[in-house]
Design a protein around this ligand. Structure first.
Ligand SMILES: Nc1ncnc2c1ncn2[C@@H]1O[C@H](COP(=O)(O)OP(=O)(O)O)[C@@H](O)[C@H]1O
Ligand SMILES: Nc1ccn([C@@H]2O[C@H](COP(=O)(O)O)[C@@H](O)[C@H]2O)c(=O)n1
Length: 488
């Protein structure tokens, strides 16, 4: 069966020039950490009619928040000539030589490197690929390669991140195959039985069954095995959701990506969006980040009696907390925090942005409603107003964009000077650059960072790439949305 489920096309981070990640100031290891995520390739093998397609369909359905494509090994069957077709019943379609594995490898290489491919559509009635059409398969988060012999060839196996073998009894497979081939593939009962005895069963014993030992997961009962499918989907989600930096720094948390979240990011990163929509979708995202961040606060157990007189064993929120926004863009996160935590106290820190560690860096920064403010000196604390008992509280530090980490470092340093324990600081961002994450995590390993996306890198002008521009200006309407947009 030929299936495909595709969403947006193109490679991850499309439109970015790889060379732009390699700025002179990037530490060598950053390049590795910032490399775009490779698609996750899953191989699904098993005997004919064991339920491979059914298992793949279920995995795809459950992974609905990710772009998933299915590639069938059947698409890479070598086509029979007109002459060969006349005696197709003598052809062994279950032998590895029946497939064009070189073409399959080329297709998987391309998909893994983020390119889209044209996959042939195989016609089981004519025993050859259709000459009139191809199927376009776009680069995706997850590629599922399904077929009787996908675990047979070592070169194909080595490209896989996960190998699955679908198991079913031989009689079950045969019964299903008779059904399917007579109904869908235009075969007679006699031809199915003959092919089974002559080719299908021997090839299963010689090639398919021996490849089972390479599987990471064996699924008995195929598509009916909900527990196995749930576990597989859970594993894939974990692997996909984890940015490399989250593996390096335990305290970095990226909220789980969904199409809704990507959609919101797509809107707020679009330079053409109007201010109203920018604020609307930023607010939605901020609210999610804030809710996620609150999830890291401690709680105490609490029981209540429900209106039915039953006991509900629940928990009570942590009461000793406050917000601190890094002015100005951090103020955009205050409403969401107030909406989630009734009566929460929110302090402010204003930092003059500049170079770091004594280095003189000149770049342009906008502050408040002033137009442009050239800076040529180190970060400087301009203003702070914090709750007096802040050392007793958990602190949700607010800044939508973590770029160099200079402001964050200074703000956290100030909180530590006020005796806030490092482990009681939760830093909330919408987007974070790896450089900023490294800086914060290196200096303050116990500070938790919660963000909705980690971007690729900082540009030579210290702007987050791909980023979303000056967040504060876009949110508070102090940039010039009315000006015509000019091409770079
Ligand atoms: N658990 C099941 N119970 C009943 N029929 C099934 C089950 N799993 C698959 N089938 C049927 O068996 C046939 C082969 O299943 P499929 O998933 O296409 O197998 P494969 O891709 O391994 O050849 C299909 O007609 C399918 O509807
Ligand atoms: N022209 C062909 C090509 C393949 N087959 C059989 O299909 C089986 C593989 O497909 P599944 O969906 O069952 O995995 C394989 O066992 C071939 O015998 C065919 O009959 N005719």
């Amino acid at each position: 069966m030929d299936h495909v489920m595709q969403a947006a096309s193109g490679a991850h981070f499309s439109g970015l020039r790889p060379e732009s990640f390699h700025s002179a100031k990037s530490a060598p290891q950053l390049v590795e950490h910032n490399a775009p995520k490779q698609p996750f390739l899953i191989g699904v093998s098993g005997g004919s009619a064991s339920g491979k397609t059914t298992v793949c369909d279920k995995i795809i359905q459950q992974l609905h928040d990710h772009r998933v494509v299915l590639v069938n090994q059947d698409s890479f069957y070598r086509g029979l000539t007109d002459e060969e077709e006349k005696c197709a019943h003598e052809f062994n379609f279950d032998h590895p030589d029946a497939f064009d594995t070189e073409q399959l490898l080329e297709c998987i290489f391309k998909l893994k490197s983020g390119q889209s491919v044209h996959v042939p559509i195989y016609d089981f009635k004519k025993h050859r690929p259709r000459s009139d059409s191809f199927r376009q398969v776009n680069a995706s988060d997850v590629i599922i390669l399904e077929g009787i012999l996908v675990l047979h060839d070592q070169r194909v196996r080595e490209l896989m991140n996960m190998k699955i073998f679908v198991d079913a009894d031989a009689d079950v497979r045969l019964a299903r195959r008779i059904n399917r081939d007579t109904v869908e593939r235009g075969r007679t009962l006699q031809s199915v039985l003959e092919q089974y005895g002559k080719f299908v069963k021997p090839a299963f014993d010689d090639f398919i069954l021996p490849s089972k030992k390479f599987a990471d997961v064996i699924i008995p009962r195929g598509g009916e095995n909900h527990v196995a499918i749930d576990l597989i989907v859970q594993h894939i989600r974990t692997k996909l959701g984890q940015h490399n930096l989250c593996k390096i720094y335990q305290n970095v948390n990226v909220i789980q990506s969904t199409f809704q979240i990507r959609g919101m990011h797509t809107l707020i990163r679009d330079r053409q969006i109007n201010k109203h929509d920018f604020v609307f979708y930023s607010d939605r995202l901020i609210r999610l980040v804030v809710e996620h961040g609150l999830g890291y606060l401690p709680f105490t157990e609490k029981q209540v009696i429900t209106p039915t007189g039953s006991v509900y064993a629940g928990v009570e929120f942590c009461k000793k907390l406050c917000g601190v926004s890094i002015v100005r863009s951090g103020e955009s996160m205050e409403n969401a925090l107030r909406a989630c935590c009734k009566g929460i106290r929110i302090g402010k820190i204003l930092i003059h942005r500049g170079g770091d560690d004594g280095k003189q860096v000149t770049f342009i920064c906008r502050i408040g409603i002033h137009p442009y403010f050239p800076l040529a000196f180190r970060n400087q604390l301009i203003y702070e107003k914090l709750p007096k008992d802040i050392s007793q509280r958990h602190v949700l530090l607010l800044d939508p964009v973590l770029a160099t980490g200079n402001s964050a470092k200074q703000a956290i340093q100030l909180l530590l000077e006020k005796d806030v324990p490092e482990s009681k600081i939760i830093f909330l961002n919408l987007i974070s650059a790896p450089e900023g994450i490294h800086r914060v995590c290196k200096h303050f390993p116990s500070v938790k960072i919660v963000t909705s996306e980690i971007d690729i890198a900082l540009s030579d002008e210290f702007r987050v790439i791909p980023g979303m521009g000056e967040f504060g200006d876009r949110y508070f309407g102090t940039d010039d949305f009315s000006l015509p947009i000019q091409d770079d």
